[in-house]
Design a binder for this molecule. Structure first.
Ligand SMILES: [Zn+2]
Length: 277
């Protein structure tokens, strides 16, 4: 049986998923879910911790300088998963820098400092940094950026409304996920994407092509990992030029018992854990 898979899709918008008729989100169920913060840093950390009572208030520089070892009492969802006896892989999820020790592996997601791809354990990191490129699908002024492409290059593609570069990132990212999965299979895999949010912040205008690629990203993860259960979650929606509260909570291969109750990001951790029961 395949792993339980959680896809974290930054800025994936509930309304746009429906409007674009996502082909790879047809076999499961959407749940009532809103983003209370509508903000990447606080929303993801609430999802990971299951509470909005945490010290992270935003600010990318602060995030890059923080250290997990300074906050040993915060129960991240990956610690809970390990404690239940499951191994875990975390691949490109937002706000997972620096990579941390766990039973499994971590490839940090946005934001990261530039240079080497940050990875736990270090021998997997040596392999990745020797054999892989373009592990990121995101852009910042100083990191989390595909090493073979200049920031200017990205702008040109976005300004033209094109999606070819994002598509190339996706292809590379999936190729790399497949390699890591074959090297170190685990019980639970988190896979993160940030390109929807970032492309829109940079002025990408072609929603249809962007959501086509988002749809492909989900299909690709399914074909690489063959999940037994799949949960897709976003930190907020994004429509027009700004974040919306219309985040996505979607499950395939399982049913969440929420009734009509609307979930917020602080409530999601228990839903992720319930997929392991
Ligand atoms: Zn976000």
């Amino acid at each position: 049986m395949g792993p339980v898979v959680v896809i974290g899709h930054d800025g994936l918008d509930y309304n746009l998923c429906h409007k674009m008729e996502m082909e790879n989100m047809r076999d499961g169920e959407y749940y009532p879910y809103k983003s209370g913060y509508m903000e990447t840093v606080r929303s993801w950390t609430s999802i990971y911790l299951g509470t909005n009572r945490h010290p992270f208030t935003g600010g990318w520089d602060n995030w890059l300088n923080h250290n997990y070892s300074d906050e040993p009492d915060l129960p991240y969802v990956w610690n809970d998963i390990n404690n239940r006896g499951y191994s875990i892989g975390v691949y490109g999820m937002p706000l997972t820098y620096p990579p941390f020790e766990l039973n499994g592996w971590v490839v940090s997601g946005f934001p990261c400092p530039g240079g080497k791809v940050p990875v736990y354990p270090s021998d997997l990191g040596l392999y990745i940094n020797r054999h892989m490129t373009d592990i990121f699908d995101t852009v910042t002024s100083d990191g989390s950026f595909p090493r073979t492409v200049s920031r200017r290059h990205w702008y040109i593609y976005v300004e033209k409304g094109g999606s070819r570069l994002i598509l190339e990132f996706l292809l590379n990212k999936m190729k790399n996920l497949k390699t890591i999965w074959n090297l170190m299979p685990v019980d639970v895999v988190f896979v993160g994407f940030s390109f929807v949010d970032h492309a829109l912040h940079l002025g990408h205008k072609n929603i249809q092509s962007l959501y086509k690629i988002a749809d492909m990203s989900i299909g690709d993860v399914k074909s690489v990992l063959s999940p037994s259960k799949l949960l897709i979650v976003s930190d907020h929606g994004f429509e027009g030029e700004s974040h919306t509260p219309n985040a996505v909570l979607y499950v395939e291969g399982a049913h969440l018992d929420l009734g009509e109750q609307t979930r917020y990001e602080k409530d999601i951790k228990r839903d992720i854990l319930s997929l392991l029961e």
